[in-house]
Design a binder for this molecule. Structure first.
Ligand code: AVJ
Length: 310
């Protein structure tokens, strides 16, 4: 997408593809972000609590290899809670919260600054999935890029590599990455995590249509659509789709599309890695000396890797 394309242009272009598509970034309007927080509370959605368990068990070991006084750069900081829970162990010198929505982050950061007055704090509102422009106010020394939650899973593997190469480029000689990556596992566990009994993930997925209505002026009727979320083993990814319950036409200013009964809109991929493939991906991006921490079931990995050999 050219950078001047508006959200409306991007949505319309996606809906007119042979495989109609809406980017997962449109899942996160205000309601969508709240629904995602609810997903993280579901018994079926293991990633958030499994990763939190790994930080709780191995956070001190991570802090030892990272060293104190880092420039902690949080990619997709949101409410800054994950990074903040590591402050007492990591003792960063500066905390840089990067998120698409600068407003949201700024509020969270102001509250955090009261609790940790000794840490320099900076909020940056950028879509870092496209580029990673860091202003001079971000310290160059000891950069530690923090990318938890398996957000990397939304990228296809080639995009993930390009993204990690960009992060590596911003690392300098003494920089590093601390990344959370969801691992391949029993398919039934994956299916349940993305198609939960309460239907919260379904509501989260369907809400993308309300967001598209708001941004594009489309007339999606949520009741005409059904959620699907399942693991695709051939692609090693969970896919989310919305499936038309009956044939109908969706209209928006300047366009329309007819959907046949059963036709799908692809809304998300969430790639799952084998531990060795995750380490290999980091190595191909230029990182070295990877250290991996996992949970007892090996469902999720937190990996620390250096920008250059120590
Ligand atoms: C925020 C992209 C890591 O892929 O598990 C949760 C989003 N989608 N349930 C994920 C999501 C459906 C989540 N990420």
């Amino acid at each position: 997408m050219p950078t001047h394309a508006t959200a409306a242009d991007e949505l319309a272009a996606g809906l007119l593809l042979d495989t109609p598509t809406i980017s997962p970034k449109f899942l996160y309007d205000a309601l969508g972000s709240t629904l995602f927080e609810a997903i993280c509370e579901l018994p079926e959605y293991y990633p958030t609590r499994t990763e939190a368990g790994i930080f709780a068990t191995h956070g001190a070991a991570m802090a030892r290899v990272a060293g104190s006084g880092t420039t902690l750069i949080d990619l997709g900081a949101g409410n800054c809670a994950k990074a903040a829970s590591l402050f007492p162990l990591l003792q960063p010198r500066q905390y840089v919260a990067v998120d698409i929505s600068a407003d949201f982050v700024t509020d969270a950061l102001n509250r955090l600054q009261q609790r940790f007055p000794e840490i320099g704090m900076l909020a940056l509102g950028v879509d870092f999935s496209r580029q990673l422009p860091l202003p001079d106010t971000v310290r160059a020394a000891q950069r530690l890029f923090f990318y938890p939650g398996s957000s990397i899973g939304n990228f296809a593997p080639d995009e993930a590599l390009a993204f990690l190469q960009r992060v590596h480029g911003a690392c300098g000689d003494d920089g590093a990455i601390l990344i959370g990556i969801d691992l391949e596992k029993d398919h039934a566990v994956l299916d349940a995590a993305y198609d939960d009994a309460l239907g919260v993930t379904g509501a989260f997925n369907l809400n993308i249509l309300r967001h598209a209505n708001a941004l594009l002026g489309a007339d999606f009727d949520v009741r005409q659509w059904r959620h699907e979320g399942f693991f695709n083993p051939a692609m090693s990814r969970v896919e989310m789709h919305l499936t038309a319950r009956s044939g109908h036409t969706v209209r928006w200013p300047g366009g329309s599309r007819h959907f046949a009964e059963g036709e799908r809109i692809h809304t998300e991929n969430s790639y799952k890695y084998r531990e060795a493939d995750a380490v290999d991906l980091l190595a191909r991006a230029g990182f070295t000396d990877a250290q991996v921490w996992t949970d007892p079931e090996r469902w999720f990995a937190v990996i620390y890797a250096r920008g250059a050999a120590a």
